[in-house]
Ligand binder design. Structure first.
Ligand code: FUB
Length: 458
């Protein structure tokens, strides 16, 4: 868990200079944990972003659980906790690597690779009644194990109802899934997709004129064109793509989407592509957070537009990421774990209260972006907190961590870190659209303090 944000350096400065001045999301979009291998999916009008979780201070891929974040505006991301972990699969030994989730039959299926005890990397499938989970192992054994490199599943349902699962490192395999989504047509078997250099055309390259499939496939259809976006070229990886007139090829190499050798990128990269509310988004990971590295990565997002012929533009990583596409309504209850940017806090799933925020340090803060108080503004604030000592407060600022103060909510000793109390404050001066900063004012030696949700009143 990180306690400070991007370190000032010349490298960071050049990265920051790619910013646009308008309000935009902050990359990496998740700061409370190291996250990798983004798997976004739109469900019920919301973006569900499943990720891996790199453990802190890792010197190899040390990954034990998967995490979920949701957003309706692409800038504020709500921590939904961990919907599944290695413990979900009795046969798993380690390596909770790149998953993908899809909806079918009123259920949610998560395909995830992990090391099978005594065997090697295998792909499992877990099922849930809600996208938030909890997910349960659908089979009690792996769905596929055909090679030592069975990683990075990507799943897709075509318009005729046929589902496909692609996966693999160095070689890309696929099977046709049956309608139950937890078995596949053994007759078709497993076919290698011809994504070898010999099959490539002359796609527009930057440093590379040819590509070589490595891993991280992301498979989808747009109109009549089928896309495979993937990590390519060896280490450090760049993101390339191929297209096909059908779900099983023939594939044509189309070029590089995100080059490598750029500031803050990790030696791996991993794509996730969605359309949401009329916009197109490219998710990837970098190593930009403090303490970050090839095994402590962080998920980012950029908005892009397809070219008229369906090809991708080159997408470069930016510090500011995608712009907001909706205002956040402050008059609805918002979980404190809804965060555009933070400093010095961590999130934790507390029984009875869901994922909450803990501000350990004096001055720790949460930024919530693009909040619309309307012309008449807000007059009151309610927030739900639990504290085992008195003397702390949450100070609410507009537009910056030192901006105008609209509320100071004193947090009493509520009787314990799990004894929740709704606290109230009158407020003034919150009209129109603002970023909100909830700043934690902590007394030295004060005890545990948790923050569950907030809501403004008119
Ligand atoms: O996160 C572990 C592995 O690194 C993934 O499976 C690959 O896609 C690469 O990102």
């Amino acid at each position: 868990m990180k306690t400070s944000k991007l370190l000032p350096s010349l490298l960071t400065l050049s990265y920051a200079l790619t910013l646009l001045p308008a309000a935009r999301a902050d990359n990496p979009i998740i700061q409370t944990r190291y996250t990798a291998d983004p798997a976004p999916v739109v469900i019920h009008g919301k973006v569900y972003l499943y990720t891996d979780h790199d453990e802190d201070h890792a010197t190899w891929f040390v990954m034990k659980d998967w995490r979920l974040y949701t957003s309706s505006d692409m800038v504020n991301w709500t921590d939904e906790g961990s919907p599944l972990s290695l413990k979900t699969f009795s046969w798993a030994a380690r390596d909770a690597w790149a998953p993908q989730v899809i909806q079918r039959n009123g259920k949610y299926y998560c395909y995830a690779p992990m090391t099978q005890k005594g065997v090697g990397m295998s792909v499992g499938v877990a099922v849930a009644n809600r996208p938030e989970g909890p997910f349960h192992d659908a089979l009690g054994h792996p769905l596929v194990h055909i090679s030592p490199a069975d990683i990075d599943p990507t799943v897709f349902i075509d318009r005729d109802g046929q589902a496909y699962l692609y996966w693999g490192n160095s070689q890309l395999f696929y099977v046709k899934l049956n309608r139950d989504m937890i078995s596949y047509d053994q007759k078709v078997g497993i076919v290698k997709v011809p994504l070898t250099p010999a099959a490539f055309g002359k796609g527009p390259g930057l440093k590379h004129r040819r590509s070589l499939y490595v891993e991280g496939p992301w498979f989808y259809r747009r109109g009549n064109l089928y896309y495979l976006v993937y990590a390519a070229g060896g280490i450090p990886e760049f993101i390339a793509y191929s297209t096909s007139p059908g779900p099983t090829g023939p594939w044509t190499y189309r070029g590089i989407i995100m080059p490598n050798h750029l500031p803050h990128l990790a030696f791996t990269n991993h794509p996730g592509v969605i359309d949401y509310k009329g916009h197109s988004y490219f998710f990837y990971h970098n190593q930009a957070l403090p303490g970050g590295g090839g095994f402590d990565r962080s998920v980012c997002v950029e908005e892009f537009k397809y070219n008229p012929d369906g090809s991708f533009p080159t997408i470069l990583p930016t510090r500011k990421g995608a712009p907001p596409i909706a205002h956040l309504d402050p008059f609805k209850r918002t979980r404190a774990a809804t965060i555009a940017w933070e400093s010095g806090i961590h999130t934790e799933n507390l029984s009875g209260a869901g994922v909450c925020v803990t501000g350990e340090q004096n001055g720790a803060y949460i930024k919530v972006e693009n909040v619309d108080f309307g012309a008449r503004g807000a007059r009151s604030l309610a927030l739900n907190a639990a504290s085992e000592s008195s003397g702390s407060s949450i100070v609410v600022h507009l537009d910056s961590v030192n901006g105008p103060v609209i509320a100071t909510v004193t947090v009493p000793d509520t009787g314990g870190a799990d004894a929740w109390k709704v606290l109230h404050s009158d407020i003034q001066g919150a009209e129109g659209v603002h970023d909100l900063y909830f700043v934690f004012n902590r007394q030295p030696g004060s005890g545990a303090f948790n923050f569950a949700w907030w809501q403004f009143g008119k």
